[in-house]
Design a protein around this ligand. Structure first.
Ligand code: PLP
Length: 400
């Protein structure tokens, strides 16, 4: 047995089998590269589903974390700490909003958005108690809690976990007429990914997001944008909504907000919306802890420079140009995405997404399949053009 095989067998023996990882055991990582327990180097073209937008071991983020580790790491929200105010103010400013509610994981932030919208509906909009409705899109991915999977259309994510939380209506993604027909007087919010990540990097038709913005504003409904995967530089702008000059009522953020170091998530909105909370009505022991705030503050500072958005734009143009050349050649059926983010539909004759991912792994490139025949490409935004080109060479070789 190799040390890789030993590690995998041991992991499978003592962990629930809720994932099917590629058979690589990572021991070290820096920038866009990971090294496994046998010393092999791999190009990371997944970046932790966009949690690693700034790359592995980013010095600015690691230094911010190390400095904070020596000062104070956790207070709980029973007390204030000296990184909290700055974190909230800076993140709010990045979003053009004025209030932040920090949590830890993406799913918790989505739960927070759902609770906020319901409370806003009852307290501000005047929806009769127990009637609040939130409209979501088919093929959504918003996380794994019991309420969130209640409005999933993915049977794998949903089956066996009922009874399901009521209060959600699902309409087809990208269909403004269907959304308009679903809005009624009890509707408190529309919750959408501005680009659907897990569904295969689905970009909605042009005009859809502005249409959602117009409709929700007219009907007194909150527009909640889940930018957990699409936000923070990935698409070439700070938020995917920025491409169409759309400002939602609530941003839901996670993944890259923690810089690949610690889990940090947040809901960001105006005081009209997040102002609905009173002490004791919502919370989290770890949410907004000093270590999380120190790292996320550095993330916000890095995004304020615009440098990562610029890289994502330039490298993204190159990525999509190269991937576009593969479409129609028999191996690739379609490519979607924006910035340094692409969903590539592989022709079934070439193998499943899983098989393509395994063949890429043999060539030292790590990606992950989603929904059968699609692979998702989302390297860290710090990847060099040479490394990106090398990764694309490996993809072309696998598809040849
Ligand atoms: C990853 C993701 C989530 C859930 O985040 P977790 O940190 O895994 O709970 C929610 N929404 C979107 C769009 C995501 O990509």
């Amino acid at each position: 047995m190799t040390s890789t095989e030993r590690s995998i067998a041991a992991a499978e023996a003592h962990s629930a089998h809720n994932y099917h990882p590629l058979p690589v055991v990572v021991a070290y990582a820096e920038g866009a590269w990971m090294t496994d327990v046998e010393g092999r180097r791999y190009l990371d073209m997944l970046a932790g589903y966009s949690a690693l937008n700034f790359g592995h071991g980013n010095r600015r983020l690691i230094n911010a974390a190390k400095a904070q580790l020596d000062r104070v790491t956790l207070t709980s929200r029973a007390f204030y700490h000296d990184r909290f105010a700055e974190f909230c103010a800076e993140l709010a400013a990045l979003c053009g909003k004025d209030m932040v509610l920090p949590m830890n994981t993406g799913a918790e932030a989505v739960e927070t958005a759902v609770k906020t919208a319901r409370k806003w509906g009852y307290r501000v909009k005047g929806v009769p108690d127990g009637r609040a409705k939130i409209i979501v899109a088919g093929n959504n991915f918003h996380g794994r809690t019991t309420t969130i999977i209640s409005f999933s259309t993915d049977e794998e994510a949903r089956a066996d976990y009922g009874p399901y939380t009521p209060g959600f209506e699902i309409v087809p993604y990208g269909d403004l007429a269907a959304l308009e027909a679903a809005v009624d007087e009890d509707t408190v919010a529309v919750l959408l990914e501005p680009i659907q990540g897990e569904a295969g990097v689905l970009v909605p038709p042009p005009g859809y997001l502005p249409g959602v913005r117009r409709l929700t504003a007219e009907r007194g409904v909150l527009f909640i944008a889940d930018e957990i995967q699409s936000g923070l530089g990935r698409t070439g702008r700070t938020f995917a909504c920025d491409h169409e000059d759309v400002v939602p009522d609530m941003y839901v953020l996670g993944k890259a907000l923690g810089g690949g170091v610690v889990p940090v998530s947040a809901v960001v909105a105006s005081a009209d919306v997040l102002g609905v909370y009173r002490p004791g009505e919502h919370g989290s022991t770890f949410g907004g802890n000093p270590l999380a705030c120190a790292v996320a503050l550095e993330v916000v500072a890095m995004l304020r420079s615009g440098e990562f958005q610029q890289r994502a734009t330039e490298l993204g143009e190159h990525l999509h140009q190269e991937l576009g050349l593969l479409v129609g050649g028999g191996a690739v059926e379609a490519v979607r995405g924006r910035g340094l983010w692409a969903g590539v539909d592989i022709a079934p004759a070439k193998g499943t997404g899983r098989q393509i991912s395994e063949r890429l792994m043999d060539r030292r490139v790590l990606v992950k399949d989603t929904h059968g025949s699609t692979i998702r490409i989302a390297p860290p935004l710090v990847i060099s053009k040479e490394d990106l080109d090398w990764g694309l060479d490996q993809l072309r070789a696998v598809l040849a």
